[in-house]
Design a protein around this ligand. Structure first.
Ligand code: ADP
Length: 449
């Protein structure tokens, strides 16, 4: 059994296949041509492929290179990206910093503006200060000058002050001295007043005696009884003489005091044996002391001592001291006149064991017109100038005098004369001899009663 549909289907499929084979032969012919073309093209392509291969290799190499380069670039890019990032960060920071800076710049600009103003202000102030400084320098110079002037003035003032202080001190001293001198003057005035009262009495008493004796003589003459009254007349003459001596002594003392005060009292110095001078005085009054029941003793530790002295004045010194010793001694008392050679000076002392002098009066007995209380010194004659004169004369010789006394026991007066000699003696006075008893009578007239 043939299946007709199928066979039809197969004939049609065969016819179709035959056609397809024709078609395929055409196609194969075309393919051969196309193949030949393709072969040519393939050759071409092979060449081209070879070239391409080379080019490809080249390219591959270049690609490799590029890949390397790309890798490098990638790295570099990464690096760059990193750097870019960094830069971006940095840029951001910079922007911030920039903003900050801008702000600061602005601030600074403000500050600068302020500073410019402040600077101007400062410049102005500096100028002012400069002016002020210049003024101050001038003022300072002025001040320095003034200070210097003040310094000088201060130094001058210090000196002037010292001078003033010194002057004040001197004035103080002078005032103190003046007060003392004033007191002394008052005392001296008082003493001088007393002295004047005393002296007028001392002058008047002998004068009265002389005057009344003269009147008596006149009466005797007129009555013709001169011869009858011869004995009493001789006594009256003695009295007249004694009172004349007292007057003479008083006037001598007053004149000498005035001369000493005026600086006219001069010594007539010559070299004499002081031992002999004093001994002679003592000898010449022993008769008087004997008559008064007094014992006068002379003692010396040398025979001869030549010193420059005014013998007449030495006599007055010694007689004055002995006269006082007699005046203030009692009957039976002793007067001790002594000479001691003490090399540098000679000591002449007159010592008695009479009434003595109270301590409080001891310092003032050498003062002019000073007498110890009359009631104490008994009613002796005297004016209080004797010791003052003695002191002045001793001092004119360059010597000194001092008194020691125990009240009720006696006194000792010591004169020290320097052991000096004069080169040129005053011959006139040197040869002038003592007027013997007359001088003694004058000097001792107080004690002839
Ligand atoms: P006057 O002339 O009164 O004696 P003086 O200057 O000689 O003066 O003496 C002063 C006084 O010193 C006397 O009045 C007497 O009081 C006292 N005087 C001096 N010598 C003695 C003496 N030897 N003893 C006691 N008193 C004395």
């Amino acid at each position: 059994m043939i299946n007709v549909p199928k066979a039809k289907g197969l004939i049609i499929a065969n016819l179709d296949l035959a056609f397809q084979i024709e078609e395929k032969a055409d196609r194969a012919a075309e393919l051969i041509i196309a193949n030949k073309k393709l072969a040519f093209q393939s050759e071409e392509k092979a060449d081209r492929a070879a070239e391409l291969l080379i080019a490809n290799k080249e390219l591959a190499f270049q690609n490799e290179e590029k890949a390397d380069r790309a890798a490098e670039l990638l790295i570099a890019n990464k690096e760059l990206a990193y750097q870019s990032e960094e830069k971006a960060d940095r840029a951001a920071e910079l922007i911030i910093a920039n903003i900050e800076l801008a702000f600061q710049i602005e601030e600074k600009a403000d500050r600068a503006a302020e500073l410019i103003i402040a600077n101007k202000e400062l410049t102005f102030q500096n100028e002012e200060k400069g002016k002020r400084a210049a003024e101050l320098i001038i003022a300072n110079k002025e001040l320095t000058f003034q200070n210097e002037e003040k310094g000088k003035r201060a130094a001058e003032l210090i000196i002037a002050n010292k001078e003033l202080a010194f002057q004040n001190e001197e004035k103080g001293k002078r005032a103190a001295e003046l007060i003392i001198a004033n007191k002394e003057l008052i005392i001296a005035n008082k003493a001088q007043g007393e002295f004047l009262v005393n002296i007028s009495h001392e002058l008047k008493t002998p004068l009265n005696v002389i005057f009344s004796t003269a009147q008596l003589f006149e009466m005797y003459c007129k009555s013709g009884s001169l011869d009858d009254k011869k004995d009493s007349i001789i006594k009256y003459i003695q009295s007249m003489k004694l009172n004349s001596y007292r007057l003479s002594k008083l006037i001598n003392n007053i004149v000498d005091l005035s001369k000493i005060e005026a600086g006219f009292f001069k010594l007539s110095l010559s070299n004499n044996n002081i031992v002999e001078v004093v001994e002679e005085i003592v000898m010449s009054i022993t008769a008087l002391t004997d008559s008064k029941g007094l014992n006068i003793i002379f003692d010396t530790n040398i025979e001869e001592k030549i010193i420059a002295c005014d013998t007449e004045k030495i006599e007055r010194i010694v007689l004055n001291l002995i006269s006082n010793a007699i005046k203030f001694s009692n009957e039976g008392d002793e007067i001790f006149v002594q000479i001691k050679d003490k090399n540098e000076f000679v000591e002449i002392s007159v010592k008695d064991n009479g009434i003595g002098i109270e301590d409080e009066y001891l310092d003032m007995i050498f003062d002019r017109f000073k007498q110890v209380d009359k009631s104490l010194s008994r009613n002796t004659e005297g004016t209080g100038v004797g010791l003052s004169l003695v002191k002045s004369i001793v001092e004119l010789h360059g010597g000194s005098i001092h008194a020691n006394s125990v009240f009720g026991k006696g006194s000792k007066f010591t004169v020290r004369l320097p052991s000096k000699k004069v080169l040129q003696e005053n011959m006139i006075y040197n040869n002038k001899m003592r007027n013997g008893n007359e001088t003694i009578r004058v000097e001792l007239s107080d004690i002839y009663l």
